[in-house]
Structures are given as structure tokens and as C-alpha cells.
Design a protein around this ligand. Structure first.
Ligand SMILES: [Zn+2]
Length: 232
């Protein structure tokens, strides 16, 4: 009898992990379908058992099975036999979870317009009130460093300590969320804002930037109404 109960518990835990692995795949597929990750760029993770579950390196999202998603511990180690190698960017995913204990999902892409601005080292200023969706009055780029390095992870952690999304100089963008759906939605918002701002710059002349007091008011309203109530 006792053995049966134990077996059932184990199955439940296994199911929960399989579900989390499946959610990472579904988010990666949704990212790809929405055009946010040109040329197979990008990677997705969610917090799991103190560490994280992250997409593997060099595999098309369409071919991924739950067992292909890689578990990495909080210390950055791969326990046991891992079937796949994690995304080469796993260090900044882990750094994001350390910097933001309140967040549970990380999404990174080289989405077109965010990457264009990141390569110009241009922050997205408060040209539109929706910029506040990233948690501040602008969406700044974090400094460049070689992909896969701890130095880059440190820069990303520094940026995400201040915002829920950042541009990454000469690289792309990163967005975090309470869950995978929120991180994906934020990455999409950042890309839309980046496209709008790029087009505004192309018009020439000085863009009209909202003053800090107004952005502080918008940030307050986002807090009280929740992010989903902003779409007016
Ligand atoms: Zn990248």
C-alpha cells in the first residue's frame, strides 16, 4: 500500500516536470511563429527547483521533445546525464533568476527592430507611454560582451535589476516575467515599441519624449491596474 502511494507521488512530480518542459517548448514555438526569433536566434527558460529548465543549443524548436529541455542547477551545473547541451546563453538566464527572485521565466531573442536599436546603442526612450511596460521610463541597452560569457551575464543581471526587459548592445533583447506567457508578451511589446521608435527616428527631427513625472504616473497606473489593463 505504502509502495503504491510513493509511486503515485513520483508520477505526479514527473508529470509536473514534463508539463514545465512542454511549456518551455510551446513558448519557444510561439516565439518562433510570431517572427520574434529570426534565423533560429533566441532561447527560453523557466525557473525550476532552484535552477532552471532551458532550451538546448542547435536544435530546431519544431523537433524538441520534453526530454530535450536541459535542467541546470542554481550553481550552474548539469546533474546526472543530460541528453542535450544547454543554450550557449544559459549563463545570463541563470544570472537573471539570481538578480530577480520575483521572476520565473526568461526569454531572449534577436528580434529585428530591438536588435537594430541595440546595435546602434540607442535606448528606447519614453516616446510612448507603453515604454513603461518594461518597468521604467526607458528601455536601455546593457553593455556588449561576447556571447556565452559570465561578463555578458553580469551586464544582463545589472540591467534586469532595474527593468523587466533590456536591449543588449550589438546582440538583441531579453525579457523576464512571472511566467513564460508574460515574458513572451513583454518581448513582443519591446519589439513593437522598437519598431515604432525606429520609424519615428526615420521621420527625422526630435521625437517628443514624455517627461519623467508623466512616466512615473504611468508606472503607478500600471501597478494599480495590472499590465493587462493598459491596452487603451
Ligand atoms: Zn543571443
Amino acid at each position: 500500500m505504502l509502495r503504491v502511494t510513493k509511486a503515485k507521488k513520483k508520477t505526479k512530480a514527473d508529470d509536473a516536470e514534463k508539463l514545465a518542459r512542454r511549456s518551455v517548448i510551446d513558448t519557444a514555438l510561439a516565439m518562433s511563429r510570431s517572427g520574434l526569433s529570426p534565423g533560429r536566434s533566441g532561447n527560453v527558460s523557466c525557473r525550476w527547483k532552484g535552477g532552471m529548465l532551458i532550451t538546448p543549443t542547435g536544435m530546431a524548436y519544431e523537433t524538441l521533445k520534453p526530454r530535450d529541455i536541459v535542467f541546470i542547477t542554481a550553481k550552474g551545473t548539469l546533474p546526472g546525464k543530460s541528453l542535450r547541451k544547454p543554450s550557449s546563453e544559459w549563463r545570463f538566464h541563470l544570472a537573471a533568476y539570481r538578480a530577480r527572485p520575483d521572476m520565473n521565466a526568461v526569454l531572449h531573442t534577436h528580434s529585428l527592430h530591438a536588435t537594430v536599436l541595440a546595435c546602434a546603442h540607442k535606448p528606447i526612450p519614453a516616446f510612448h507611454y507603453m515604454v513603461a511596460i518594461a518597468g521604467g521610463k526607458d528601455i536601455p541597452p546593457v553593455p556588449y560582451d561576447t556571447f556565452g560569457t559570465q561578463e555578458l551575464a553580469d551586464h544582463v543581471a545589472g540591467g534586469l535589476a532595474q527593468r523587466n526587459a533590456c536591449l543588449m548592445a550589438n546582440h538583441g533583447q531579453i525579457a523576464i516575467g512571472k511566467d513564460l506567457a508574460s515574458a513572451l508578451e513583454l518581448a513582443h511589446e519591446v519589439e513593437v515599441l522598437a519598431e515604432q521608435y525606429s520609424r519615428l527616428l526615420a521621420l527625422g527631427g526630435e521625437p517628443h519624449i514624455l517627461p519623467d513625472e508623466e512616466m512615473a504616473r504611468v508606472l503607478e497606473r500600471f501597478k494599480s491596474y495590472g499590465q493587462r489593463a493598459q491596452g487603451t
